[in-house]
Design a protein around this ligand. Structure first.
Ligand code: SF4
Ligand code: SF4
Length: 189
């Protein structure tokens, strides 16, 4: 089992993640309930159980290059199902801070651009305009046909509409005001 058994740098990394996240990863049972319910875990993105195992083993490079914590959408499903209530969102945030401090590049190089486009849509319209967001992202990254296959499936199922790109959208000033307050350091509404 994993415990504070590695060399000094391995133990330091584990202690650093525990302290920053406030999550006692030493209680992890490696049961895998989190991975079984995580919406972003896939063939290419390992589930939270593996990330916790890497941290507990002191595998700093592996943990910092694990794409899960970049993709984590902070849905909290893992914590809801975890028998010891480990909150992976807090762990993901701690890893993000450590990675930024140490100059580790994101596993998805354009992830910050996506974040910027996503938040602009929310600020302007009060919600994400999915097709517009993805089209802008694909245009700016010059990957014009990226995820086109998935888009066609979503259109067929009626989840998104191609007319979203054509029609004008009403802006929502209430949400814009919240963003403005946060920028100024105030509280949201
Ligand atoms: S659900 Fe909790 S205890 Fe189980 S593997 Fe995930 S983090 Fe560990
Ligand atoms: S909070 Fe993050 S790690 Fe946990 S289930 Fe949601 S996306 Fe997965």
């Amino acid at each position: 089992m994993f415990r504070f058994t590695g060399d000094a740098s391995e133990k330091n990394f584990l202690r650093q993640v525990i302290d920053k996240s406030g999550q006692n990863l030493l209680e992890c049972l490696q049961c895998g309930k989190c991975s079984g319910s995580c919406p972003v875990a896939s063939e290419n993105v390992p589930g939270p159980r593996q990330l916790v195992a890497e941290i507990l083993s002191g595998l700093k490079d592996e943990a910092l290059s694990n794409p899960l914590w970049w993709y984590c959408v902070s849905c909290g499903t893992c914590m809801t199902r975890c028998p010891v209530e480990i909150n992976m969102y807090e762990v993901a945030t701690a890893l993000c801070e450590i990675a930024q401090k140490e100059g580790v590049q994101p596993s998805e190089p354009d992830i910050h651009l996506f974040e910027e486009i996503f938040l602009k849509s929310v600020e302007k319209y009060g919600r994400v305009k999915e097709l517009r967001t993805v089209a802008t992202y694909n245009f700016r990254t010059r990957h014009f046909l990226k995820d086109m296959d998935k888009g066609i499936i979503l259109m067929r199922k009626g989840a998104i509409s191609p007319f979203e790109l054509l029609k004008g959208w009403k802006k929502d000033p209430r949400v814009s005001r919240i963003f403005e307050k946060v920028r100024k350091g105030g509280q949201g509404e």
